[in-house]
Design a protein around this ligand. Structure first.
Ligand SMILES: C[S@@+](CC[C@H](N)C(=O)[O-])C[C@H]1O[C@@H](n2cnc3c(N)ncnc32)[C@H](O)[C@@H]1O
Length: 233
């Protein structure tokens, strides 16, 4: 069996029930192998832009005898897929700005997916804002902690109109997910506290600089979310 950390485990759960999953940026191939070994889906197409990384996945597929249900393809993002070929895709462990680029480059593929699971390493606000403005409905939004690192994972699907902004959630806040807030994600309060502490510390250094206004707005948004969360119990 493949041992997965909380981040990959969370992605795996979000992909549960799909028929064919694309693992974009597959690298070590853990997600590809675990999806098949745990029977979470029927088939996986694993893609990577790097031949060396793709080779790591290929070796894992061979090691676990998954060749009849897994295929590897070399190329960038969703360009390795035909529209409708997969019902789900995972893009994990890249920057949010790159994820936006990949989605913009392959709208026919991205918009045909029932589940698109995203886990950005940076640029979370840019990614969330782009998804909102392009009418991607957030089906699930979770937090995963691995050691002292936090990860945000979203499962989205293209819709005709943007999601309604939930009552009590600060307008135009993309730091954390409105869906996580709506679902009362159990770690949201802790995550917001960690982020707020970080903003306070950054604000001390940023006094009088161009970054001060943004940090101060973010601190206000996090405080407002925390106030709402306090009222949940
Ligand atoms: C940090 S690894 C993440 C591996 C795995 N998805 C995870 O989250 O554990 C990023 C992977 O994305 C691949 N990658 C970077 N840009 C890519 C692109 N445009 N299309 C496909 N893969 C890409 C890299 O080669 C690398 O294998």
């Amino acid at each position: 069996m493949i041992r997965l950390d909380e981040r990959l485990r969370c992605a795996l759960e979000m992909l549960q029930g799909a028929e064919t999953v694309a693992d974009i940026g597959c690298d070590h191939g853990k997600l590809t192998a675990a999806l098949l070994l745990e029977g979470r889906c029927f088939r996986v197409i694993a893609g990577d832009i790097s031949p060396d990384c793709l080779d790591k996945t290929r070796k894992k597929i061979d090691r676990y005898g998954l060749q009849d249900r897994a295929e590897t393809r070399l190329g960038s993002g969703l360009t390795i897929l035909f529209p409708g070929e997969c019902d789900a895709a995972a893009i994990l462990g890249m920057g949010g700005e790159l994820m936006v680029e990949l989605l913009r480059a392959s709208p026919m593929v991205a918009e045909g997916l029932d589940s698109l699971v995203l886990q950005p390493m940076s640029g979370i606000e840019e990614l969330r804002q782009w998804l909102y403005e392009n009418s991607y409905h957030v089906r699930a939004d979770r937090l995963a902690a691995v050691g002292s690192r936090w990860y945000q994972l979203l499962c989205v699907q293209k819709r005709g109109v943007p999601d309604p902004w939930p009552p009590g959630f600060p307008k135009d806040c993309y730091l954390v997910g409105y869906r996580a807030f709506q679902d009362r994600e159990e770690m949201l309060g802790t995550y917001c506290q960690v982020q707020l502490k970080k903003r306070y510390s950054q604000l001390k250094q940023a006094a009088g600089t161009a970054g001060e206004e943004k940090l101060s707005r973010e601190a206000d948004q996090l405080e407002s979310i925390l106030k709402e969360i306090q009222g949940w119990n």
